[in-house]
Write a protein that binds this ligand. Structure first.
Ligand SMILES: Nc1ncnc2c1ncn2[C@@H]1O[C@H](COP(=O)(O)OP(=O)(O)OP(=O)(O)O)[C@@H](O)[C@H]1O
Length: 509
């Protein structure tokens, strides 16, 4: 059977860097083709070439066997290729209907809004997409926004192939299952699906084929009919290096614990960006050198709580103290002096300068400044960076690389390493393992345990309940505008925490 799309020897260079080298890949109707590989392996670049966002440096593309002389997203859509990007392409102030209308209109489809509303409702019901056509996009959570992106593709009658770039990284765990079922539904309807994911259980659940990339090269393609295992996939991704993902929960010495920062919140209320109360009357005491998990479906006040503790958002009421000092009305600078550090959800938005190199970003926060004749001594700064073991264990790319051109996972590696290098006493880490490959997730977890041993506490925000149970001493759950717990991980089950995440206080009834 002729593939819908076939790429032959696709190569993409960015200056000196070869992101993809001579890659052959194809997609047929009615199959799910997973793309896996470590951070920076070239997965997104390859998919962006297939959708025409990037022009290949070399290589050819064929649609239904016909060689494409010109290729860009407009032609790709005409030929039936659609893509859901990691960062959505939606206008927040527009409604769902207006966004879908805009997208179809730009693809050349003339459809009236009344008919489109009926179509949105019909397709939403068919695939269980939870979207109301008349809601503005800014009011939707990430999972719902993803549904709008999918609607845009499904409503385009040309669509035959859908490309998803790490779609489940924005979903809550309970949404992932439904998403994978939806993908299987698309496959059964005859769509060809490309799925980039770091989650091996997702690959095992739905993929018919899996292509592994490493350092820009095609390593192998497994077929479901021949069978493939988790171990085979990991070995292919990592190049047969011995891997040991075991972790041992450490104890902190009394001496280190005595020097640690201890945080407590009493009756704290916080507003969100729309001036609505998002958290009400939150009280808890963190132990010294504790890893305290913050569980909850995203959008339940995690970001606001993290920012309020770090001093980037003011408290509406209540008291925040550190080692019994009331710091409620102090600014970020004071909290940084106390030793608080933050790994944010969205580094490019919050605290990375995209046009600066990794080294320059590290020099802003993290590294100690070294001067020579009044100027920053970059040579010495570079050497200083290399003395930090995290740069190696987290495999941070070369210091000269520009932050804005890093892959999502490499950027995450850099920001996490930077927070660790900057001598934290208390780390606030929002989804630190999101978008990371399996080996790097392990390196992050190991680092958090090492910090704990040294007396550094961590507030670990995550939706991944198994990660929270592996890493945390206790877990606080945010739900229905309030905080439940903290619950000691040895005295509760993942099921109980999951239930509180979904039902709040009703979970106890
Ligand atoms: N516009 C660009 N300019 C320069 N380099 C780029 C650009 N886009 C990607 N790269 C580089 O190409 C390489 C592959 O990046 P890509 O985003 O494709 O990786 P990935 O496998 O999707 O990684 P991740 O799992 O971290 O998302 C990386 O080294 C990245 O820094």
């Amino acid at each position: 059977m002729e593939p819908i799309l076939r790429a032959e020897k696709l190569t993409k260079r960015f200056g000196e860097l070869t992101a993809n080298r001579e890659i052959d890949i194809e997609i047929h109707a009615g199959e799910i083709h997973a793309i896996a590989g470590e951070n920076g392996a070239g997965k997104s670049t390859l998919m962006k070439m297939l959708y025409g966002v990037y022009q290949p440096t070399a290589g050819n593309l064929y649609i239904d066997g016909e060689k494409m002389e010109r290729w860009n997203p407009t032609i790709a859509r005409e030929k039936g290729i659609g893509m859901v990007f990691q960062d959505f392409r939606l206008v927040p102030a527009f409604t769902v209907l207006e966004n879908v209308f805009l997208s179809l209109h730009s693809a050349g489809w003339k459809i009236n809004k009344k008919k489109l509303r009926d179509e949105i409702n019909r397709i939403s019901a068919e695939y269980r997409l939870s979207v109301d056509p008349d809601t503005e996009v800014w009011k939707l959570d990430l999972g719902q926004r993803q549904h709008v992106e999918i609607l845009k593709i499904l409503l385009d009658p040309q669509t035959r192939v859908m490309i998803f770039d790490e779609p489940t990284s924005v979903l809550a765990p309970h949404e992932v299952q439904a998403f994978l079922q939806m993908l299987s539904g698309f496959r059964n309807k005859g769509y060809g699906i490309f799925l980039i994911t770091h989650k091996i259980d997702e690959i095992l659940a739905v993929a018919d084929r899996i292509t592994i990339l490493r350092q820009g090269e095609h390593v192998c393609t497994f077929e479901r009919r021949d069978g493939f295992s988790q171990q085979q996939i990991i070995s292919a991704m990592m190049g047969n290096v011995p891997v040991n993902f075991e972790l041992e929960r450490p104890e902190c010495s009394e001496e280190n614990e005595a020097a640690a920062l201890q945080l407590s919140l009493s009756g704290v209320s916080i507003k969100d960006d729309h001036d609505q109360l998002i958290l009400h009357d939150v009280s808890f005491e963190m132990h010294k050198a504790e890893i305290l998990g913050i569980a909850g479906i995203s959008g339940n006040g995690q970001r606001e709580l993290a920012e309020a503790i770090y001093g980037a958002r003011k408290l509406q009421s209540g008291i925040l103290s550190a080692n019994e000092e009331d710091i409620s009305s102090t600014d970020i600078a004071h909290r940084i002096r106390l030793g608080m550090r933050m790994v944010t959800e969205d580094p490019i938005r919050d605290n990375v300068v995209p046009t600066f190199s990794i080294l320059e970003n590290m020099a802003l926060v993290g590294l100690d400044p070294i001067y020579r004749h009044g100027d920053m001594d970059w040579q010495a700064m570079r050497s200083q960076l290399q003395t930090h073991s995290e740069v190696k264990t987290l495999r941070v790319p070369q210091a000269e690389r520009i932050a804005g051109t890093l892959s999502g996972g490499n950027l995450q590696r850099m920001t996490f390493a930077r927070a660790v290098i900057s001598r934290p006493r208390l780390l606030i880490a929002s989804y630190p393992s999101r978008g990371l490959d399996i080996a790097t997730v392990h390196a992050v977890h190991k680092t958090l345990f090492r910090l704990k041993k040294q007396g550094v506490g961590t507030i670990l925000i995550s939706e991944d309940i198994s990660e929270l149970f592996t890493m945390c001493d206790r877990i606080l759950v945010l739900s229905s505008h309030t905080a439940f717990g903290p619950y000691c991980v040895d005295a509760c089950t993942p099921n109980e925490i999951g239930k509180i995440m979904l039902q709040g206080e009703n979970a106890h009834e």
